[in-house]
Design a protein around this ligand. Structure first.
Ligand SMILES: Cc1cc2nc3c(=O)[nH]c(=O)nc-3n(C[C@H](O)[C@H](O)[C@H](O)COP(=O)(O)O)c2cc1C
Length: 392
């Protein structure tokens, strides 16, 4: 696997690239990797008022991580969120900081890759690099970095930080990540003279666990964001909206992989989904409607949309309602609603389109994961996409 040419300042990535296969495979040989997305936040991803919604408490996060670990789920991906979205539930109003959250979960699990989701402009790159190394040693090489540039102005104001314009956000992130990778590299002291970041006599020890470096992902959607991931990351997370055909998905994956090859790199493409799996299709559809339509936290949904200038004033009533429902359902993840056969088939089709994996959420992860593991995972194993799941 050639993942060289990582640093943009002309220096080779060097020996920290050795033995990276196990990290990018997230420690499993499964063709379709599975992760849990958003468990560090109250309500997780579902913008719902149902009392069964996710607590996001530490106790529940630990129980969930250990259950996922036993089942052979590959990863947990937290959301970097600093301020809730209001509404009746103050949606995502209670959140754990993600790197310290990852440290705790890595200490309590054995196989899971746990990501930290980090807003590059809010963290000094050297402190961040050292935090990642600490997490990586705690997890014996299982820490992953989800680098985000930010989009939510209100959150940045809270830190006294200014959100740069879109292109500049990624230009800054490039320097930030270059510094982090240099701090991880075997290089001893170094200076860094960028446009945004200037550092003198940097020394950073220890290095990440085992002479390799943490897996890096990014979820850029714009051409600039995707290009950033293609040049720098091991994984790109792309949202696949309901209604996008498998052919389109497959073309997207192919385009991303081909673009990476032009930089002498390889990249995996993942997506995000929202699972409602019940013994019958009818029960699944009913529960989905109950949570996401009849008891959606519409106040929070409208706040989220307004931040993106999506309001009844800027959109037609039909388009606005469509976007509200899309948002209520796990902030826009692909809905996977049905009986176990249907959900397994949907997942198999994503794998057939070339996706390496998917990060999913549930209304209540702890309540719903056991059924998913008992019914959907064996079907994926029979389809040759995963090994037989472990006992919970
Ligand atoms: C799987 C996934 C995870 C993301 N996690 C976060 C996050 O935790 N915090 C955040 O501010 N943005 C997050 N984002 C937003 C992206 O980082 C990115 O800003 C967004 O997709 C828009 O892309 P662009 O920056 O190329 O315009 C996430 C997006 C996806 C699809």
């Amino acid at each position: 696997m050639n993942r060289s040419a990582e640093l943009t300042d002309g220096r080779p990535a060097g020996s920290m690239e050795r033995g990276r296969g196990a990290r990018t495979a997230m420690g499993s040989g499964n063709r379709l990797k599975l992760g849990l997305f958003g468990a560090n936040c109250s309500s997780g991803r579902a913008v719902t008022m149902v009392p069964k919604r996710w607590s996001g408490s530490w106790t529940d996060c630990v129980r969930l991580a250990q259950m996922a670990d036993r089942a052979g789920i590959e990863f947990m991906l937290p959301i970097g969120r600093w301020k809730g979205y209001g509404g009746a539930t103050d949606y995502q109003g209670v959140t754990f900081e993600t790197v310290t959250w990852a440290c705790g979960l890595l200490a309590k699990t054995e196989r899971l890759t746990v990501f930290g989701t980090v807003h590059a402009p809010l963290f000094s790159p050297l402190i961040a690099a050292k935090e990642f190394v600490t997490a990586d040693h705690i997890g014996e090489g299982r820490f992953g970095l989800n680098l985000v540039c930010g989009w939510n102005e209100g959150e940045f104001e809270m830190f006294g930080a200014t959100l740069r314009d879109h292109e500049e956000r990624y230009a800054y992130a490039q320097e930030w990540l270059d510094v982090v990778k240099l701090a991880w590299s075997p290089q001893e002291d170094f200076d860094f003279g960028g446009r945004f970041i200037k550092l003198k006599g940097v020394r950073a020890k220890p290095k990440p666990c085992g002479g390799t470096r943490p897996l890096i992902m990014n979820a850029g959607a714009s051409p600039t964001g995707q290009s950033f991931a293609i040049r720098n990351c091991d994984a790109l997370f792309s949202t696949i909206s309901h209604g996008i055909s498998l052919q389109e998905t497959s073309r997207h994956v192919e385009n991303v992989k081909t673009a990476a090859q032009q930089y002498g790199r390889e990249i995996d493409v993942y997506t995000v989904g929202v699972v409602t799996c019940r013994p019958t299709a009818r029960e699944a559809a009913d529960y989905h409607r109950h949570c996401i339509v009849e008891h959606a936290d519409w106040g929070a949904v409208d706040n989220i949309l307004a931040m993106r200038n999506i309001t009844p004033q800027t959109h037609s009533p039909e388009a606005f309602q469509r976007m509200r429902e899309h948002q209520a359902n796990g902030m826009g993840g692909l809905p996977l609603v049905g009986d176990p056969d249907m959900v397994a088939l949907d997942l198999a089709q994503l794998a057939a389109a070339g996706l390496t994996g998917i990060a999913v959420s549930f209304v209540n992860y702890l309540d719903e994961l056991p059924y998913f593991c008992a019914e959907v995972l064996p079907r994926l194993a029979r389809a040759g996409l995963r090994a037989k799941p472990g006992a919970l």
